[in-house]
Design a protein around this ligand. Structure first.
Ligand code: 6R9
Length: 637
């Protein structure tokens, strides 16, 4: 596979960038020419950020799996598409070639068809990181079903909310999942969720952990049995469904500043082009290289940079079932060594965690295959950046600090590996096609360099979300109503004297805990479900490993004598309602919350207290009752 649109030098980058701004349609049409289409587009782009409506490649027909699988069979049939490393290092790894993957996807796509799944139906996928997860999403895409992957760490309640919102008719899950020392009973959690989900008619269960499960007659089916049926039918091929460019490819739920996660909608053509373009360019992928992204497919990073980006590029993508610290903190380095990994794409929280174990686990591992390193999910602090650069990259590997979001579909601001001059802590420059703009509170553009403000994007890019599922008005409100005619990212950002971008973190009520987006309102809602809780307020505070930790202030109806137990119970309630990732790190029981006269909680003050910055609370005179602040400060000591 060759990539004629791969940038090779900084001059190339500048030229591509210029062209993408002067003639965006021509620019993206040139990229799109290198894909497989059933029918080409009538028009490259139709858009307005007012309604808002965004359409790329209108009139085009395609199927993303023909681009990820069929078109590679001739030249890459025997090339590994997926290398899978299990949680337990003693268990054998699996290598799935492009031909194997094609066969398995067709087989499972036929299983879905046999079970009544049709184009446009929504399918919820709740699985661990096994190859069948990648097969499941591609099988959905093959027949035009819309997948909605839910991360294996989410609770029954969170799954139910997502299934109901999307009205999924079928669920694909596993008996259980291995993650480090834990076995997660996926099917049993799913059973709880499904009590509230009448739309679900069938559940396909893939065997992984052999955890005992209960199978409901008429609803639950074993993956393996269903595959056998297709085999008895003589394994018929599964022709790809012809999709319109703007037909839905998938929904992925993400947290915002309001209580309810929203279903981010991505469509077929634009997403495909963008995931591929950004993968090939950012990581400077060369045929034959082994590429390893440590994310989970339950998040957007896994969708775009384990599955669709690499596979559409005919790359070899390594999929790891476990966690970086199991069975010990040398695991990632062992995997790099074992498979001669060339690119490692991970998160600052993982780097910081591994850093805390010192160099012991790194020493004596052969990391000489590494050529490129990447980071995603949250701002990377300089210490972690240098540790990664010096000890993992041995000073010779470029690091790409990639800024992007679930909503953007792919990487937006990043160095291009080995081409852009890097600067620790900076995502550096926008990729071609991306037009960032910084604005002040009032939406006034901050021109020139050496400015800092809210990060917006002023022109569409092919990978951007098209809507929030079932609620287009929410889409408009969330992203396009803060500043007229701009997509608002929710992030604060600095553009330095060199024109380099540094993302400083969320400016809305969204936390970033270990790279996971968590809305403060969501956590508050969960806390408020706990018996005896009157009200709560949640803020973030700096955490050495997680980046941000969750600090909850909680008012109780009455105080029990065992406050520690109450706090533990509250944390447990949050884990049960949302999932363990949203568990507060610190809970403080308080008598009142700092509110303005109009009843708004002043989070600024709570944030300062959580950060232990007790002497800089700023003006508290507008508070209804300033004495609560003293009380909270005292309670903290
Ligand atoms: C891909 C992904 C998006 C939010 C985003 C921002 C933060 C992501 C970052 C970064 C600084 C980076 N973020 N990458 N902040 N530097 N390189 O993480 O998507 O889960 O939707 O989170 O993550 O705050 O707005 P998602």
């Amino acid at each position: 596979m060759s990539y004629p649109y791969q940038i090779k030098s900084i001059e190339d980058y500048q030229q591509a960038y210029q062209q993408s701004v002067i003639d965006p349609e021509g620019f993206w049409a040139n990229v799109a020419d290198h894909f497989y289409w059933r029918r080409k587009w009538d028009k490259v782009l139709d858009w307005n950020f007012k309604d808002p409506e965004i359409k790329w490649f209108t009139g085009a027909k395609l199927n993303i799996t023909e681009n990820c699988l069929d078109r590679h069979l001739g030249t890459l049939g025997n090339t590994p598409a997926i290398i899978w490393e299990p949680n337990d290092p003693e268990e054998h790894h699996r290598i799935i070639t492009y031909r194997d993957l094609y066969n398995k996807v067709c087989q499972f796509a036929n299983v879905l068809k046999n079970n009544g799944v049709k184009k446009g139906d929504r399918v919820c996928i709740y699985m661990g990181m096994i190859p069948e997860l990648a097969i499941a999403i591609l099988a959905c895409a093959r027949i035009g079903a819309v997948h909605s992957v839910v991360f294996g760490g989410f609770s029954a309640q969170s799954i139910a909310d997502r299934i109901q919102d999307a009205q999924c008719s079928l669920v694909i899950t596993c008996d259980g999942a291995y993650r480090g020392a834990k076995d997660i009973p996926l099917k049993s959690v799913m059973d709880d969720a499904l009590m509230a989900c009448p739309s679900v008619k069938k559940v396909i269960v893939c065997t992984r952990t052999r955890t005992p499960v209960s199978m409901l007659k008429g609803r639950d089916l074993w993956w393996e049995d269903e595959i056998k049926q297709v085999e008895t039918m003589g394994n018929p091929p599964c022709p790809a469904e012809e999709m319109d460019a703007e037909d839905l490819l998938f929904i992925l739920y993400t947290s915002g500043s309001t209580g309810k996660p929203k279903g981010v909608v991505h469509t077929c053509a634009g997403y495909m082009i963008y995931a591929n373009y950004t993968f090939v360019n950012t990581f400077q992928y060369q045929p034959g290289e082994v590429y390893f992204c440590t994310a989970d497919i339950g998040w957007i990073t896994g969708h775009s940079y384990i599955a669709y980006g690499p596979l559409s590029a005919g790359a070899t993508t390594l999929m790891f079932e476990g966690v970086p610290t199991y069975p010990d903190a040398g695991r990632l380095w062992e995997i790099v060594d074992k498979f001669r990994v060339n690119t490692l794409y991970t998160a600052p929280t993982a780097i910081r965690s591994l850093m805390s174990y010192g160099l012991g686990p790194v020493n004596h591992k052969d990391l000489s295959s590494l050529k490129k390193l990447g980071s995603v999910g949250e701002p990377i602090n300089e210490e972690a950046w240098h540790w990664f650069k010096d000890n993992i990259g041995k000073g010779k590997c470029p690091i790409v600090d990639t800024w992007w979001q679930t909503e953007t579909g792919g990487i937006m601001i990043t160095p291009i590996a080995g081409i852009t001059k890097e600067k620790p802590g900076y995502a550096t420059l926008p990729l071609p096609g991306v037009q960032p703009i910084l604005v002040d509170e009032n939406g006034k553009e901050l021109k020139g360099n050496g400015v800092s403000g809210n990060l917006c994007i002023k022109f569409p890019w092919p990978g951007m979300l098209r809507s929030t599922y079932g609620d287009h008005e929410r889409f408009r409100k969330t992203y396009f109503s803060t500043y007229e005619n701009l997509y608002f990212t929710g992030d604060g950002c600095l553009r330095d004297e060199d024109g380099y971008y540094r993302i400083t973190g969320r400016v809305d009520d969204v936390l970033n805990v270990s790279g996971h987006r968590i809305g403060t309102a969501e956590v508050e809602n969960a806390i408020n479900m706990h018996a005896g809780v009157v009200e709560s307020a949640v803020v973030g505070y700096p955490h050495d490993i997680k980046g941000q930790g969750i600090y909850a202030y909680v008012i109780m109806e009455r105080l029990t004598h065992d406050l520690e137990l109450t706090k533990k119970d509250i944390a447990q309630t949050v884990a049960r309602i949302i999932g363990p990732i949203a568990k507060p790190d610190k809970i403080q029981i308080v008598g009142g919350l700092p509110k303005t006269r109009s009843g708004k909680i002043m989070r600024r003050i709570l944030r300062k207290i959580a950060e232990n910055d007790l002497d800089n609370l700023g003006d508290i005179s507008t508070l209804l009752d300033p004495s609560v602040v003293e009380e909270i400060k005292k309670g903290k000591l």
